[in-house]
Design a protein around this ligand. Structure first.
Ligand SMILES: [Fe+2]
Ligand SMILES: [Fe+2]
Length: 292
């Protein structure tokens, strides 16, 4: 049996004191789990896309973990292709890769192939996007009968493969269709993601989709439309044995549950919108102001 814990959306930085207090209890929980591997599904840093020292700080913390770390970057780490202020660039990707290995990786455990990829370069038009698709197909083609699990920052969708664009919250429809073609061709048993700061699991066809909660903060209804899932802080435990996997989303009450709405309001002096519902609560395309 191989135990893996997934953590996500830690949003850590040397100048980001707000969420730093949740790292020691999270690290203590990880140590108690004694995992063989830790997977971080992105937004490791508060602003690594802008401040390289955030990566240095995150590396200091994660190197002290009692297990190897495999991470995929989030929008706070390498940028967002739909952000004019902070899109992914070759420079941002190379800074991430210099600190944390690569933004894509593959590991075989038990009868599984775990594949981490960088969802933040999808729709970017960077040459790395096509290189990653080619690599992903080769990794799936070469899985040699192993079951396949993907890990990436953004959920591929909220409710199903065929839904329209959900804006900020998920992979866009164009790259999603290409990912679905790979899933259909080679099989896909599990997808673990982060980004939405929600805890959720669902099954569609033969695939299990797990949303790993953040260990830093949750997002109130004024800034995030209803996407499903539960708003609490924690992590996910995966026990892989043979061709099976047992997943458990673990709520960690020892983490202080910040609400980003309150944090943003405190910074601007504006009243918090955290308790107010989003204007259009039924349309995932009508996204609130994002900070996932
Ligand atoms: Fe994110
Ligand atoms: Fe996040």
């Amino acid at each position: 049996m191989v135990r893996i814990v997934q953590i996500s959306d830690t949003h850590l930085g040397r100048d980001e004191a707000r969420f730093a207090g949740n790292w020691p209890p999270l690290a203590a929980w990880i140590a108690a789990e004694a995992p063989d591997l830790v997977i971080h599904s992105g937004d490791l840093s508060g602003d690594g896309a802008g401040v390289d020292d955030d990566f240095a700080y995150c590396a200091e913390l994660t190197e002290a973990l009692p297990a190897p770390l495999l991470a995929v970057p989030g929008n706070h780490d390498v940028g967002d292709p739909f952000s004019t202020r902070q899109p992914p660039t070759a420079e941002r990707l190379s800074r991430w890769n210099a600190r944390f290995g690569t933004d894509r990786w593959s590991r075989d455990v038990e009868d599984w192939r775990l594949i981490g990829f960088d969802s933040m370069i999808l729709s970017s038009g960077l040459p790395e996007e096509e290189a990653q698709f080619a690599w992903l197909e080769a990794e799936m083609h070469g899985a040699d009968g192993r079951r396949i699990a993907w890990f990436c920052h953004q959920p591929l969708f909220i409710r199903g493969w065929e839904e329209g664009d959900t804006g900020y919250w998920t992979v866009r429809t164009g790259p999603r269709a290409r990912l679905k073609a790979l899933a259909d061709a080679y099989g896909l048993a599990l997808v673990g993601s982060g980004h939405v700061h929600l805890s959720h699991e669902m099954r569609l066809g033969g695939t299990r989709f797990v949303w790993c909660p953040s260990s830093a903060f949750t997002v109130g209804p004024g800034m995030q439309p209803p996407l499903g899932g539960e708003k609490w802080l924690g992590a996910v435990r995966y026990d892989f044995a043979g061709r099976e996997v047992r997943t458990e989303r673990v709520r960690l009450p020892q983490l202080r549950q910040h609400w980003i709405d309150d944090v943003a309001a405190a910074e601007t002096g504006a009243p918090s919108q955290g308790s107010q519902p989003a204007r259009d609560v039924h349309a995932p395309t009508q996204v609130g102001k994002p900070d996932g």
